[in-house]
Design a protein around this ligand. Structure first.
Ligand code: MRU
Length: 372
């Protein structure tokens, strides 16, 4: 993605050939800052504190976290510890577990002196593949948007999205936003309703920033506006991302996604989920029962960050200091509310049959688990 005159990914190998540079997403949209990660502890901090966030980028950062640990000490104890501390950072995004399993497989049985180079090669491949996957999601989603625009006939295609599933959430392109970028680039008249996405405001700060940088028309709305907009025919389609999708098609995404899906169903608005194959948890079926939902510090609910009058980012308190708060970070949208999945292999129904139609290589694993 181009910022000013420079093309960026969200994560890249630093010029020392060992450390990793990431965009500090906590500073956006007010300043563009790069943070260097030189140790596995710093990678853990970057994921937990949401310097980086978004399921695919969390996976990519964890992969480089393994590299940083092995760089310091390539022995098995160091690998095991890195896998453990990285896995504990954020529980909902399945990409984290996926990336750590891949890294473990890539290095565990190698001689010690080959592990570091192999780890860096594998982490780089995870990043490159993520870019390709996101691009393909964009192409398949573009076909969906073209169809909806043609059916609408005139006026902009109004798309509602929640949280940030753009290039900042992946290595490049994004998932839910990739089709929107492609549609805009080919001249389709699109307008995006951006949910602010309390409590951390990934929509208001990150999605709005991305869309603005790309020149895509958009309006930020409060999280509760979606139902009203849909009742008045002002939303043609919803597209969101996901942190974990069960084999049966249930979807965990940023808190509030479920309410949008309910409003979409009530108003006959198509509700699509854009997902890379890396967010499918083939071992899970019932999302509500089986997907671990991250609970974060109540401070994120009780305080809000923004630009102060002197141009510095400040935090202000919203709630009575004595009021406890709860901070559930994700919710689960049942498959029955999802119109379709836009994946890197094409568009399918939000169901086991739909997913297996696109990913038949999982059929035997899934049937084996069913038989157990
Ligand atoms: O808490 P976050 O900001 O990591 O949550 C991100 C989301 O909910 C995204 O929609 C999801 O990770 C999909 S990203 C392509």
């Amino acid at each position: 993605m181009r910022i000013g005159e420079t093309w960026y990914r969200t994560i890249w190998l630093a010029d020392d050939g060992r450390s990793v540079d990431v965009i500090d997403q906590r500073a956006l949209p007010f300043s563009f800052e790069i943070m260097r990660l030189a140790t596995v502890e710093q990678a853990v901090h970057a994921i937990s504190e949401m310097v980086v966030r978004g399921a695919p980028l969390i996976g990519a950062t964890a992969a480089y976290g393994v590299c940083l640990a092995l760089q310091k000490n390539p022995m098995h104890g160091s690998l095991d510890r890195a896998l453990e501390v990285l896995a504990a950072t954020r529980p909902t995004a399945v990409n984290l577990r996926w990336a750590l399993e891949i890294m473990d497989e890539a290095v565990r049985f190698l001689p010690q002196d080959e592990r570091v180079a192999a780890a860096y090669r594998r982490a780089a491949r995870i990043c490159d593949e993520d870019v390709e996957i996101s691009k393909r999601i964009g192409e398949h989603g573009l076909a969906v948007l073209r169809g909806l625009a043609a059916a609408k006939g005139s006026g902009p295609l109004n798309i509602l999205t929640h949280c940030n599933a753009g290039w900042l959430a992946t290595v490049d392109w994004g998932t839910a936003l990739a089709p929107i970028y492609m549609a805009h680039d080919e001249g389709l008249d699109v307008h995006v309703w951006v949910d602010e996405t309390r409590p951390r405001n990934q929509g208001a700060s990150l999605t709005a920033y991305e869309l603005g940088a790309h020149g895509v028309p958009h309006s930020v709305v409060v999280d509760n506006a979606g139902g009203h907009l849909m009742q008045h025919g002002m939303v043609d389609v919803c597209i969101v991302g996901t942190d974990r999708t069960t084999a049966a098609g249930d979807v965990a995404n940023k808190i509030g996604t479920y309410l949008k899906a309910l409003a979409a169903r009530d108003n006959g608005v198509p509700f699509y989920v854009a997902l890379p194959q890396t967010t499918i948890d083939w071992h899970a079926r019932d999302g509500v029962a089986e997907i671990p939902i991250e609970q974060r510090d109540a401070r994120e609910v009780r305080f809000i960050r923004g630009l102060g009058p002197d141009g510095r980012v400040i935090e202000v308190e919203l709630t009575p200091p004595s009021s406890p708060a709860a901070n559930y970070a994700f919710d689960v949208t049942p498959a029955r509310l999802v119109t379709g999945f836009i994946t890197d292999r094409g568009v399918c129904d939000a169901s086991l049959e739909g997913l297996l139609g696109l990913f038949p290589e999982w059929e035997s694993d899934v049937r084996e688990e069913e038989a157990e």
